[in-house]
Ligand binder design. Structure first.
Ligand code: ADP
Ligand code: ADP
Length: 231
């Protein structure tokens, strides 16, 4: 059974159509990438799944629940979709400590006290950042900040993780290292991930299946070794 279904998704900005009738299906635990050149609609697709953009048309089903339907006028808000997002810009709070950055999301999920401490510690250990727990986030490098953002994202136990070019701001060597770390996390967490990237090697390395997009449409879908003529 599929964990997530997107049917005939259309989305845009003003008169501009950014996503032009996309359908896709993801199995439980599957790691999918959306790959394609800048501007082809990857981010918009991901943001529609997350509930951060409202599609013009289509239907989105997560874990057997319709979260968006233009026909049925259903639009479940992002915080009720039980997904978490990681962005290119890290989006961590520089004035807070590493602990507070990870704890913030958990508090929003009403996790408190000893359980909060435990879950922050476990999440930080999983990204190799346990020793930095009391440091202000401003002290951290880009790679460290993105590890914190990853920890914050899975600490709340989402049903799936959506990653939008999470490594694009990092230098080439760190990108290669961190994609291995993300692969390891995928393995440990067993969650579905949807990973947006314009980097073919990154998509090949971390995906079970790749969807190649161009101009708002799907051009190819396949396992990494089945994809040809990559962008
Ligand atoms: P991406 O990394 O997804 O290619 P961009 O660098 O193109 O994103 O855009 C960065 C931000 O600017 C995003 O929040 C995007 O939604 C927004 N954006 C992109 N294109 C436009 C546009 N033509 N007008 C207004 N905002 C845009
Ligand atoms: P990708 O993630 O593949 O780079 P996007 O989904 O960010 O593509 O963008 C798809 C198209 O929509 C692009 O032409 C982009 O300029 C446009 N776009 C994205 N965000 C905005 C926005 N906030 N306002 C206007 N146009 C946007």
């Amino acid at each position: 059974p599929s964990f997530l279904e997107v049917r005939n998704l259309v989305a845009g900005y003003g008169d501009k159509i950014a996503v032009d009738g996309i359908s896709l299906s993801i199995k439980a635990g599957e790691h999918l990438s959306l790959l394609g050149p800048s501007g082809c609609g990857k981010s918009t697709t991901l943001r529609c799944i997350a509930g951060l953009e409202t599609p013009l048309e289509g239907e989105i089903v997560i874990d057997s629940k319709v979260v968006f339907s233009s026909a049925k006028k259903i639009n479940v808000p992002p915080e009720k979709r039980q997904l978490s997002m990681v962005f290119q810009s890290y989006a961590i709070w520089p004035h807070m400590t590493v602990f507070e950055n990870v704890a913030y999301g958990l508090r929003a999920h009403k996790v408190r006290g000893e359980e909060l401490k435990q879950r922050v510690a476990t999440a930080l250990a999983m990204v190799g950042m346990a020793e930095l727990v009391d440091r202000p986030a401003t002290d951290l490098s880009g790679g460290q900040q993105q590890r914190i953002a990853l920890a914050r994202s899975f600490a709340v136990r989402p049903k799936a993780m959506l990653l939008d070019e999470p490594l694009s701001n990092l230098d080439a060597r760190l990108r290669v290292r961190m994609r291995e770390e993300i692969k390891e996390l995928q393995h440990q967490l067993g969650l579905c991930t949807i990973y947006v990237t314009h980097d073919q090697e990154e998509a090949m390395a971390i995906s079970d299946r790749i969807i190649v997009m161009r101009s708002g449409r799907i051009e190819q879908i396949g396992a990494p070794l089945e994809i040809y003529d990559l962008p």
